[in-house]
Write a protein that binds this ligand. Structure first.
Ligand SMILES: [Zn+2]
Length: 174
């Protein structure tokens, strides 16, 4: 179905409002008389482009897709970027994830991820005993093992060079 300009304008306005709205509100926003807008909105509801509940109308998925394929594409891209960031986060690539969040203007989330990166190495240090009681610790960054020899709580990995924290309970056993 092709939409009349007024119907199209109504859908666009509702898109911009981005929340359930009364017909009177929409009428005011586009400067068309309330009865005319109401009539169009009844038509739009009948075509399943909008959905009304107790006088409040919102766009249906169908309404969104018919009014603005561009917006649709944008939200798809946004979804993909967020998916990518969350995968990077899972993989422990926090800085890369934070940069994507920043590009999406999700500054708070970017900060959270960076905070997580700082605490991550503290909690993920693991250890095991070897024959003879030697304690082997694993680098949380690259997974390489090395014997825990120093009483220092901050160790730098012989393999990847990154540093990490050895918990006190391990140091006490050396
Ligand atoms: Zn390492």
């Amino acid at each position: 179905m092709s939409l009349s300009p007024t119907k199209q304008l109504i859908l666009e306005t509702m898109w911009d409002l981005n929340r359930p709205a009364k017909a009177a509100e929409v009428a005011k926003a586009i400067g068309v008389s309330f009865p005319a807008v109401m009539m169009h909105m009844i038509g739009l509801e009948r075509s399943h482009y909008i959905n009304g509940k107790r006088g409040l109308y919102e766009l249906t998925e169908e309404g969104k897709s018919v009014i603005d394929p561009l917006h649709q594409r944008n939200s798809e891209r946004l979804y993909q970027e967020m998916q990518k960031a969350s995968n990077l986060e899972l993989a422990g690539r926090y800085e890369e994830a934070a940069k994507i969040y920043e590009s999406l203007k999700m500054y708070e989330k970017a900060g959270e991820v960076r905070k997580m990166a700082k605490t991550q190495y503290v909690i993920s240090t693991s250890f095991r005993f070897e024959k003879g009681g030697t304690i082997i610790i694993s680098c949380p960054h690259c997974g390489a093992s090395q014997p825990a020899e120093s009483k220092s709580s901050q160790i730098s990995c012989k393999y990847c060079g990154k540093s990490y924290v050895v918990p006190k309970k391990i140091l006490d056993m050396i």
